[in-house]
Ligand binder design. Structure first.
Ligand SMILES: [Zn+2]
Length: 101
C-alpha cells in the first residue's frame, strides 16, 4: 500500500497482511505528519511537482483517496483520475457520489 505525506510531498510503501487490515493513515517517517493510505494504485508525483501535489491534496480533501472507482452509468468501467487541477475540479463534482466521507 502507498502512503503519502502531503507535507513532504512523498510517498512510501508498507506491506500489510490482509487479515490484519490496513490503517487509513500512519505517521510520516520524515516529519511525523499524517500520511494517508492511497492504496495500491497511487503513483506519487515528483517531489518538485507542486502543481500535481496540489491536485493530490485537492482530490484527497474531496474524498478521493485514489480508491478505484467504477462508473455505474457506464458498465462499471474504471474511472481514470484527472491529470490536471482543472480536471480535478470537474472530477470531484461529477463523481462526488463516490467520495469517501
Ligand atoms: Zn512528511
Amino acid at each position: 500500500m502507498s502512503f503519502a505525506c502531503l507535507d513532504c510531498r512523498k510517498s512510501f510503501k508498507r506491506e500489510f497482511l490482509l487479515s490484519m487490515g490496513c490503517p487509513k493513515q500512519m505517521s510520516c517517517p520524515d516529519c511525523g505528519s499524517p500520511a494517508y493510505n492511497f492504496g495500491r494504485h497511487f503513483k506519487a508525483p515528483k517531489k518538485t511537482d507542486i502543481k500535481q501535489w496540489k491536485k493530490v491534496r485537492f482530490l484527497f480533501e474531496h474524498g478521493f483517496w485514489f480508491q478505484r472507482i467504477y462508473d455505474k452509468a457506464n458498465r462499471y468501467q474504471i474511472i481514470e483520475y484527472p491529470k490536471t487541477m482543472e480536471g480535478a475540479r470537474e472530477f470531484v463534482e461529477a463523481y462526488k457520489e463516490y467520495a469517501i466521507k
